[in-house]
Design a protein around this ligand. Structure first.
Ligand SMILES: NC(=O)c1ccc[n+]([C@@H]2O[C@H](COP(=O)([O-])OP(=O)(O)OC[C@H]3O[C@@H](n4cnc5c(N)ncnc54)[C@H](OP(=O)(O)O)[C@@H]3O)[C@@H](O)[C@H]2O)c1
Length: 165
């Protein structure tokens, strides 16, 4: 996705936890993108409650304004039967923190920028947010919550929804 935006000449800021991977993506964006483009990275764990505001502050710092925000990160799936164990509860909490709360938090922090730029928010959902499947309850619930939480409550006017197979 970053390469696609780079080819279109966008300035890019990408984030995830693994900095070496991010560096590789930024290098390639420099090769294929606008010669005078700005390509940045910031390594953050979206399980950390401060990460969404840090991300937007960094974007403000390097770009000044923000036109497009693509929310795509997701915690690895846990595929298994819900047993109600402490492990299940911990995984549910982590799934919602990374794959739901951080989306709502980023969307909330970025709204003033999107208002100013008349920009767009792109949220990566899943068919499993619409049609649940056995053994992926936490993932499915987080994606469903996104559809309600971001689409209806947080930022409907900026949203370009993306449903993924
Ligand atoms: N693949 C599919 O078949 C499919 C189907 C339906 C919907 N989707 C949706 O499409 C999107 C992308 O899916 P994908 O298959 O490309 O996922 P993926 O390969 O598992 O990639 C997940 C990305 O999220 C980052 N990430 C994971 N945990 C993170 C954390 N705690 N903080 C910050 N970044 C984190 C990972 O980088 P780090 O590990 O470096 O942090 C990685 O870049 C997701 O929203 C997913 O729900 C995918």
């Amino acid at each position: 996705m970053a390469y696609h935006y780079a080819r279109l000449g966008a300035n890019i800021l990408i984030t995830a936890r693994r900095e070496p991977k991010l560096k590789g993506v930024v290098e390639k964006c420099k090769e294929i993108g606008n010669l005078n483009g700005k390509n940045h990275l910031i390594s953050l764990d979206m399980g950390d409650g401060e990460a969404p505001s840090e991300l937007i502050k960094y974007a403000e710092h390097v770009f000044g304004s923000i036109d497009y925000v693509v929310l795509n990160h997701v915690i690895s799936w846990h595929y298994g039967e819900w047993t109600g164990s402490e492990d299940d509860l911990t995984r549910l909490h982590r799934t919602f923190t990374v794959s739901f709360h951080s989306y709502v938090s980023i969307a909330s922090h970025v709204i003033p920028h999107l208002e100013a730029s008349r920009g767009s928010l792109i949220v990566m959902s899943s068919t499993l947010g619409k049609i649940p499947m056995p053994f992926v309850a936490s993932y499915s619930a987080a994606k469903h919550a996104l559809q309600v939480g971001v689409k209806i409550r947080v930022a409907p006017q900026f949203l370009r929804w993306c449903l993924h197979g």
